[in-house]
Design a protein around this ligand. Structure first.
Ligand code: LER
Ligand code: MN
Length: 275
């Protein structure tokens, strides 16, 4: 048994330009991921998707493959809802959507990833309005998630995509100010490559709050495809006691299944040589 559980990104459907490796029905993705040697998938889905949770639980039991997270980005990119939108009706719909994800996640014993659906400062009336709305929304979600034992992983995303929480420090400072019970830090090496001056420091900054990790190489291809140095990253994750999932979230260039297979082999070999 290694230090970490390995996961892979999955969705019902996704364009080739999205960092999703497995596509199809969630149960088929669980079977495929298990065959490839993964312990989990994360599933990018809409909040109102008709998911048969009893069937999914049964498939998780039979395959031994879990769902690590439900990823909520499509609430924003497809539904155009955000927790900080200027329109209160839109904010209410975003909150309801997030609560749906949390309820689904409770049934599937997994967490939720919050990234895009927190919205952007540039889209809100003011910086102050943005943070008031975000904190109000997160308080409600945090309480609901805590009651259901569902962690909320707030993803640190690069500045080409969002304008808030672009570094580990920025998010950690916010989380320190507001004492949420169930909101954790989610780092992604693709975004870190664009924003963090020092990977090890970024991981150390999140020590004790780090809940989830996405891995991709330079050019966001599979781990081992580029010139990203994973050794200090894995060492730092080990040093801060991170025991969660390492999920490959990368572009499916050429053959998606091969990317998943090669990325997993690379990471497991590295883990074995390092520890
Ligand atoms: C999602 O995990 C992510 O990393 C974003 O870049 C997707 O837009
Ligand atoms: Mn990511």
């Amino acid at each position: 048994m290694g230090k970490w559980k390995y996961g892979v990104s999955a969705a019902l459907d996704a364009p080739k330009t999205a960092p999703i490796l497995l596509t199809g029905d969630i149960c088929d993705c669980l079977r495929e991921a298990a065959e490839l040697g993964f312990q989990a998938i994360e599933y990018h889905t809409r909040e109102n998707a008709a998911l048969d949770t009893a069937k999914i639980r049964n498939t998780m039991e039979r395959t031994g493959c879990q769902i690590s997270m439900l990823v909520t980005g499509r609430l924003y990119t497809q539904g155009h809802y955000s927790l900080t939108h200027n329109d209160p009706e839109n904010r209410r719909a975003a909150l309801e959507g997030m609560l749906r994800y949390i309820n689904l996640a409770a049934e599937l014993s997994c967490g939720v990833v919050l990234g895009w659906a927190k919205g952007n400062i540039r889209e809100a009336d003011s910086l102050r309005a943005y943070f008031e709305r975000l904190t109000d929304g997160l308080r409600v979600l945090d309480q609901a998630a805590a009651e259901r034992h569902v962690p909320i992983m707030i993803e640190v995303i690069n500045h080409y995509e969002v304008d808030v929480f672009k570094t580990s420090r920025e998010l950690c400072e916010y989380l320190k100010r507001h004492k949420f019970q169930n909101c954790l830090v989610h780092l992604d090496t693709f975004h870190m490559l664009l924003e963090e001056e020092n990977f090890v420091e970024a991981i150390q900054t999140a020590a004790g709050r780090l809940g989830y990790v996405h891995l991709a190489d330079t050019t966001r291809w599979y781990p081992g495809s580029g010139y990203m140095d994973y050794k200090p990253v894995l060492r730092a994750l080990n040093d801060v006691g991170y025991k969660g999932y390492l999920t490959i979230e990368c572009f499916p260039r050429e053959n998606a299944k091969e990317c998943a297979r090669k990325g997993l082999r690379y990471l497991k070999t590295l883990e074995e040589t390092l520890f």
